[in-house]
Design a protein around this ligand. Structure first.
Ligand SMILES: Cc1ncc(C[n+]2csc(CCOP(=O)(O)OP(=O)(O)O)c2C)c(N)n1
Length: 911
């Protein structure tokens, strides 16, 4: 099972001098007896240092034996009434069980899980009765701990809230029946249950990662003097199988590096995941111990219940440990699934002395030997030690049984995770095992149970929560509104036409610097980068607002004599996360939900390479939306052709498409700095003054160009998604020879150039529309479409697209630096022939001009598409198209850029 095993008696074949070994061990035992464990540890440390100074290699030992870290002697007295708590836990277990069973009696389509909560129930209940602090209501100042619950344990959390009177029987009866109201969401979900759940943990791995960054953000706010976090804790309950997700372990060293003593992770080690054992052929507990200890965490192993204490004490030969270290998890799972006879025969009878050791125990006693995660006394001791521990984050590795209490139908079974239905025999057996006061008929009817309000259980339960200041989980949204500056204050430069070229990234950084001068807003701003600040020209902020470091700056920076030196400080404002987009986004979530968790609204601006956003960490962005996070995401170096030389892995052609799938994400692709300023001003107002639970995604480019002046009255269109940026300059000509060109982001400039070309060389009039957001246009289009469907008796409403385009003439050509599916998002509301151009296919490295020609989104390709559309309408002669193709040297025999794939059989490739 593990490399660790300390045999009691030296003298194995591998020991060349048993006598000498024995003398050393004897000497150690003498010190232990005389001077205690601390002295022993000191001596060991000195010995190892000595060995290393003599160049003797001693590999770090990161494992301890397979037993509890805390000794019986170190356990504090249990502060509660164990018998009452056991009865309360039994009731919660029952209601959780019945909730899932009833949901599945309706046909089995709703699903639900019994076994995860069954394994974690005792861990949660000790937390609820003695540790998890809540907020007093009404809460202005938050005092609550932040508790991340294992997602599949949701039924148990609902069942407790039912006992507490926070949920009704009707709620429980509607578990997983959310449509129509009164239902409970399958997993923790702040969007669906905004007054209850705080953290969406349903996607494995995101809970552990975001918990770490929540703990870190609390320290950040405290160090910046914005929050008095006191000794509030972040508790994260995660599955042992879940620890396989890369995100679960991505933040471990950050937590220890920053001494996050406010963080406690409890891994529910039931040794099983969905399909089978987590480490059938090894030991997940020992593996996680090495991992966390190596990452610098305080590790507490909570493996065995109090009834094992006596066995370990009598086991002077360490035979139990020896046997445990021979046992892999797959076998431990079998012991969980089988009865005392099996365990006695298979586990204890391997060595005669071991068999003897338990010979005084009856089968019932062997059967009831508990794992640490089911013993409230042991759990309390571990939680208490974790809460008191200073200087490090703590992980508690709690060994439990999956499906605990569900008997032979699920306990320790391979199929435990998928078990959703239990027959009446199983329910009766559960009632008897946990001594529930239910008649056979109650059991048969699968009735929920809540004792009378004045029962000792209910009085006790409420008293425990009163002492802990309120109920958990509970989500609050009370926070002050923040007055936000008008755009003239932070972006005065953006209104007039510019005389110097600039990228939208630089324009944004200038605006951010302007916002950081606003007295009221400035402290609330949280700039976040993942090691790309210099790429985006943000180094000027280093000196101005400083980079956050929990320990200040312990070195003189190489550039200390420069004006914009690399300044780290405890009250630094910038979160410089290093190369971890997942970590940076987790910080962004923590900041974006601060209004709820701390009653302190702040405004995060996370700027990153846009390709490494929705594509790389899209699931975290979903979690942000689920969390009702507010803030700005700035996808910089965006688009497929603006980044030119960087090539495929850096060129983003899809982020706007993915952004359109997240309903709280307002995505914009601005071209000119005035557009950016209007959107920023509005976004700040929406999120900080109106307190709407939305976030903004803005794409920024690094392409330098001259920025135009804002056309009068363009604001509304900028925000709605399109406005007329340039009316045709040809007037009085035949209105038929006219096209409407739609461009977005940097490709708007190509559309403007195409209009010039069409008008100058081909006598075709062109109006140019800046589409700041295809996604917002689509969203409002869908709304209006639905409204019209349901209100057919009334006059039809028209979409913004129709309002813009219906009085115009000519085919409509839209070009984008993203895949064509982005401009295609609005096809349904386009009143006439619509041709879309985009950057489908693989990207590649070249100059911007070459790339735009390659993807056919440059000005000539837009003009070609316009002429082609006019030809298709019969307005211009087809020969004009051929003439254009020849004049601009297009080679129609080349395959289309998106045909990097083989043609489908029978379909001729585009030629
Ligand atoms: C990212 C992701 N992948 C897969 C799943 C599906 N899933 C739900 S629970 C589960 C097993 C969980 O096992 P473990 O973490 O050990 O928790 P347990 O239920 O055993 O306590 C899986 C694979 C998911 N929810 N999220």
């Amino acid at each position: 099972m593990s490399t660790f095993l300390s045999p009691a008696r030296p003298g194995s074949a591998l020991d060349p001098d048993p006598q000498e070994t024995w003398e050393w061990l004897q000497a150690f035992d003498d010190v232990l007896q005389g001077d205690g464990p601390r002295r022993c540890a000191d001596l060991m440390r000195k010995l190892i240092e000595h060995a290393r100074s003599r160049r003797v290699t001693v590999n770090p030992v990161l494992n301890t034996p397979y037993c509890n870290t805390l000794s019986r002697e170190s356990e504090p007295d249990y502060p509660g009434d164990l018998a009452l708590e056991a009865r309360i836990t039994a009731m919660v277990r029952w209601n959780a069980l019945v909730m899932v069973v009833r949901a599945n009696q309706q046909g089995g389509e709703l699903g639900g899980h019994l076994s995860s909560y069954a394994s974690g129930a005792d861990l949660f209940e000790v937390g609820f009765n003695h540790f998890f602090r809540g907020n007093l209501e009404p809460a202005t100042e938050r005092t609550a701990d932040l508790v991340f619950f294992q997602p599949h344990s949701a039924p148990g959390i609902y069942a407790r809230a039912f006992l507490e009177g926070r949920l009704t029987e009707n709620h429980l009866a509607n578990f997983r029946r959310e449509v129509g109201g009164q239902g409970l969401s399958s997993y923790p979900h702040p969007w669906l249950m905004p007054e209850f759940w705080q953290f969406p943990t349903g996607s494995m791995g995101l809970g552990p990662l975001t918990a770490i960054y929540q703990a870190r953000f609390m320290e950040y706010l405290q160090n910046r003097g914005l929050l008095n976090a006191g000794d509030r804790k972040v508790w994260a309950f995660v599955g042992d199988g879940e620890m396989d997700e890369p995100e679960s372990i991505a933040g471990l060293t950050l937590a220890s590096r920053e001494n996050l003593q406010n963080l406690i992770v409890v891994v529910n080690c039931n040794l099983q995941r969905l399909d089978g054992p987590v480490r059938g052929n090894g030991s997940i507990v020992q593996e996680l111990e090495r991992l966390f200890a190596g990452a610098g965490w305080n590790v507490i192993k909570l493996l065995w219940g109090s009834d094992w204490d006596d066995l370990f004490a009598r086991d002077t030969g360490n035979l139990i440990l020896r046997r445990l270290h021979e046992t892999v998890d797959g076998e431990l799972q079998s012991y969980a699934a089988h009865d005392a006879r099996f365990n006695r025969e298979r586990f204890f009878s391997k060595y005669e002395e071991l068999r003897q050791l338990i010979s005084h125990l009856s089968d019932e006693q062997v059967d009831s030997l508990t794992r640490g995660g089911h013993d409230p006394v042991k759990i309390h001791a571990a939680f208490d030690a974790a809460v008191r521990h200073t200087g490090q984050p703590t992980v508690i590795l709690a060994q439990t049984k999956k499906g605990y209490g569900l008997g032979r139908w699920a306990e320790g079974r391979m199929s435990a995770h998928q078990q959703k239905k239990l027959g009446s025999e199983a329910l009766l057996s559960f009632r008897d095992r946990f001594g529930l006061p239910l008649s056979d008929k109650d059991v048969d009817d699968a009735r929920f149970y809540r004792p009378p309000a004045n029962s000792p259980e209910m009085l006790y339960l409420h008293e425990c929560r009163r002492k802990l200041r309120g109920y958990v989980p509970m989500r609050s949204t009370k926070a002050d509104k923040i007055k936000t500056p008008r755009r003239g204050v932070f972006a005065a430069f953006a209104w007039e036409a510019q005389t110097r070229e600039m990228s939208t990234t630089v324009a944004f950084v200038k605006m951010l610097a302007g916002l950081l001068k606003d007295r009221q807003l400035a402290p609330c701003i949280v700039p976040i980068v993942a090691d790309e600040a210099r790429t985006f020209g943000m180094e000027s902020l280093f000196r101005k607002v400083g980079i956050y470091s929990h320990c200040g700056q312990l070195y003189e920076p190489e550039d200390h004599d420069a004006l914009l030196f690399y300044k780290e400080s405890r009250d630094g404002q910038i979160l410089q996360e290093g190369i971890t987009e997942a970590g940076a986004l987790s910080s962004w979530i923590a900041a974006g939900t601060s209004y709820s968790h701390h009653g302190l609204p702040v405004m995060p601006f996370y700027i990153y390479y846009s390709i490494f956003g929705f594509q790389r960490i899209g699931d975290l962005i979903w979690a942000a939306a689920d969390s009702r996070a507010r803030g700005f995401l700035l996808g910089a170096t965006a688009g497929r052709t603006t980044l030119s030389g960087e090539g495929l892995q850096h060129q983003d052609g899809t982020s706007h498409l993915i952004a359109s799938t997240i309903s709280t994400c307002r995505a914009y692709d601005p071209c000119f700095s005035y557009e950016l300023a209007v959107i920023l001003e509005h976004g700040l107002q929406v999120m900080l003054e109106n307190q709407e639970d939305v976030f903004y995604y803005l794409t920024l480019m690094n392409e330098n160009y001259l920025h135009a002046a804002m056309p009068i009255g363009a604001e509304e269109g900028i925000l709605r998604g399109m406005y007329l940026a340039r009316p045709s300059t040809i007037s009085g000509r035949a209105e038929t020879q006219r096209v409407q060109l739609l461009g977005s982001g940097t490709i708007l400039r190509e559309a403007l150039a195409a209009a010039e070309l069409l008008e100058k060389d081909w006598c075709i009039g062109a109006d140019v529309w800046s589409v700041t957001s295809f996604t917002e246009l689509r969203r409002s289009g869908l709304e209006i479409e639905r409204w019209n469907r349901f209100n057919s008796a009334q006059e039809c409403k028209s979409t913004w697209i129709e309002q813009c385009l219906s009085s115009t003439t000519g085919p409509i050509i839209a070009a984008s630096d993203y895949v064509r599916a982005v401009p295609d998002l609005i096809r349904a509301w386009i009143p006439r022939r619509y041709v879309t151009l985009g950057t489908d296919g693989f990207g590649r490295s070249d100059t911007r001009a070459a790339l735009r020609r390659f993807f056919e989104v440059d000005s000539t390709s837009i003009a070609l598409a316009a002429i082609g559309a006019l030809a298709d309408e019969g307005i211009v002669n087809k020969s004009v198209v051929s003439e254009f193709i020849t004049r601009y040297d297009y080679q129609p025999s080349l395959a289309s850029p998106w045909a990097d794939r083989r043609p489908m059989p029978g379909v001729e490739n585009c030629k």
